[in-house]
Design a protein around this ligand. Structure first.
Ligand code: NAP
Length: 341
């Protein structure tokens, strides 16, 4: 192995010169509550407005999370000039229309993963944001964690040698009821878009765009994909072997295997976790890394908010660590897997 210690993480530290933006929210559901809590606790970003399809729900959310203004429709909120960025946390089936409306209102936009229900919709959003000159970003929080910068450095430094394999799984025993958003194809339900996107974005980070996607799996009674195994073939022959399910649970770990070294991301690999880098011998060198910031679980959703503000401050219109082209490419892989099911 060519290194004796892990590279230093580059961290999206709050109060590092990024602008303090005024945020508006669409879709005040479960993850929205976690995100607002994390942002208010760990960044200088502030939610100043929330909208819901129901004014009562917006008002209740505003009171619960210390937000000044509540609106009974997204359009009313988007008309306000005192909002810089909009966070969209509705089901994927609503992301296209709400994202286009926010872009048309001249706001920067952070859309929960998946950016849209499919690659074509994601491309439409990317084109609209590019022509409006606003920043559009998918809230793929794993990309903004300190550990993601460490992995990028290891990849850039060629520590793995030739990478032969990526393994990653995201399987949760959610067993959603038939009316849950995950069971509804009109809302962009299914395991692939909700959970499978994490292992696919990990393979994309490590090995880039695949040359071939092979997938098998099955559907729920409501007609959405319920579980799938995917093999992505990459140039040079490397394989990413990825699984996802919303009806059973696995450890949710990830690995990179190269000719020189192997990296294991302990469960849950897409949240703050520990990394173990080892050479390819049975009793050789092993290095351990743990996120030094102390932010665990959903508190780490805050990194992507500071990242977004940093990018806005730098005049960027997309994330350099998760570009819109890559976001569309990842959704194309998921489209292809769903088609093959
Ligand atoms: N980053 C993460 O770790 C993470 C975790 C979980 C989920 N997510 C993502 O976040 C998004 C939301 O997931 P969630 O679990 O938070 O969902 P949720 O609890 O169902 O909340 C979604 C909210 O969107 C609104 N909504 C519901 N149906 C809608 C429709 N048909 N059209 C427009 N708005 C609708 C609702 O608010 P109103 O009715 O009040 O408008 C609802 O509260 C999904 O894209 C999901 O993949 C990310």
């Amino acid at each position: 192995m060519t290194i004796s210690s892990f590279p230093e993480p580059s961290i999206f530290l709050a109060s590092s010169g990024e602008p303090a933006l005024r945020w508006g929210l669409i879709g005040p559901g479960w993850i929205a509550g976690e995100f607002v809590t994390a942002v208010h606790a760990h960044t200088i970003q502030r939610f100043t407005a929330v909208s819901s399809r129901s004014l009562d729900r917006a008002t209740a959310f505003a009171a619960a999370y210390g937000i000044d203004a509540a609106f009974g429709s997204a359009d009313e909120m988007l008309a306000r000039p005192d909002i810089d960025v909009v966070y969209i946390a509705s089901p994927p089936g609503a992301h296209l229309a709400e994202g286009l409306a926010a872009i048309a209102a001249g706001k920067h936009v952070l859309i929960e993963k998946p950016l849209a229900s499919n690659a074509a919709e994601a491309k439409t959003l990317a084109e609209a944001a590019r022509s409006a000159g606003v920043l559009l970003m998918e809230a793929m929080w794993s990309r903004y964690l300190p550990q993601a910068s460490v992995i990028r450095s290891l990849l850039d430094d060629g520590v793995f040698g030739d990478i032969h394999a990526v393994l990653a799984d995201h399987n949760q025993a959610i067993n959603p009821e038939p009316d849950h958003r995950l069971s509804r194809s009109d809302l962009g339900g299914g395991a692939l878009l909700d959970l499978g996107i994490y292992p696919v974005q990990f393979a994309s980070l490590v090995l880039g765009v695949p040359t071939r996607v092979t997938a098998v799996g099955g559907f729920s009674d409501t007609g959405v994909d319920e579980y799938a195994s995917m093999i992505l073939t990459h140039e040079g022959g490397a394989l990413s072997t990825l699984t996802t399910s919303m009806i059973t649970r696995t450890p949710n770990s990830a690995e990179i295997a190269g000719s020189e070294a192997h990296l294991a991301l302990a469960p849950t690999f897409f949240t703050p976790t520990t990394l173990t880098l080892s050479d390819n011998t049975h009793d050789g060198t092993e290095l351990h890394w743990e996120d030094p910031t102390g932010l665990r679980g959903f508190a780490a959703l805050s990194w992507e908010a500071t990242a977004l503000a940093t990018f806005v401050g730098e005049g960027r219109t997309e994330s350099p660590v998760h570009t819109l082209d890559e976001t569309v490419s990842i959704l194309s892989i998921l489209d292809s897997a769903r088609d093959q099911l």
